[in-house]
Write a protein that binds this ligand. Structure first.
Ligand SMILES: O=P(O)(O)OC[C@H]1O[C@H](OP(=O)(O)OP(=O)(O)O)[C@H](O)[C@@H]1O
Ligand SMILES: Nc1ncnc2[nH]cnc12
Length: 187
């Protein structure tokens, strides 16, 4: 276990971007021919890098700027849980269809390599609760747009949207209706 956790200060953007880039492996033709899959598992597996980036996200938003964290299944859960723990807030999992046990809102969407449906429990948020939405990758924006829709259907207010990596050439942020995107690294 590492106890090193230097404070995130000043203009740490390039440092955090380098940590994400350094922990990413490009995998050609996964999960379909023509897709360059950005595999962030090495980044998640690097304790000091992961911790530094989580602290960087928390510092970016500052104190008291959101009330709860929503993470998108599955890779978004990893980041969301860490941010929730670091801030002492709760985490709301936004799940793939059919996984939630109680009545849920759902939204279907297309993503870079397929189609999916996401769900969130009715009553997952208190009315007006400020929600930080987090995921690992923003590609076409289908997943993010569906998640924002679900947060709003469930009564939350999107306070921010953070991703580790944005695939800028896919213009995903154009689909997010003016919501601000905080991407640690844009490729
Ligand atoms: O911007 P988009 O084109 O919608 O793509 C981005 C989404 O794609 C990936 O999730 P995926 O559905 O592959 O799920 P996983 O995390 O369970 O692997 C990624 O984690 C984002 O959630
Ligand atoms: N190219 C990609 N790499 C990793 N995750 C993704 N989600 C959507 N497109 C992706």
């Amino acid at each position: 276990m590492s106890s090193e956790n230097p404070p995130v200060t000043g203009d740490s953007g390039p440092e955090l971007a380098a940590l994400v880039a350094g922990g990413t492996v490009d995998v050609l033709d996964f999960p379909k021919p023509g897709i360059v899959f950005k595999d962030l598992m090495p980044f998640f597996g690097d304790g000091p890098a992961f911790r530094r980036v989580v602290d960087g996200v928390v510092a970016h938003y500052g104190p008291d700027s959101f009330d709860v964290v929503a993470g998108v299944e599955a890779r978004g859960f990893v980041l969301a849980a860490a941010i929730a723990y670091a801030t002492g807030l709760g985490v709301v999992p936004v799940r793939k269809a059919g996984k939630l046990p109680r009545p849920a809102f759902s939204a279907s969407y297309a993503l870079e390599y397929g189609e999916a449906t996401l769900e969130v429990h009715e009553g997952a948020f208190t009315p007006g609760q400020r929600v930080l939405v987090v995921d690992d990758v923003l590609a076409t924006g289908g997943t993010a747009a569906a998640t924002i829709d679900l947060v709003e259907q469930a009564g939350g207010v999107v306070a921010g949207f953070t991703v580790l990596m944005e695939l800028g050439f896919l213009d995903g942020r154009e689909r997010l209706g003016g919501h601000k995107v905080h991407a640690l690294l844009t490729v």
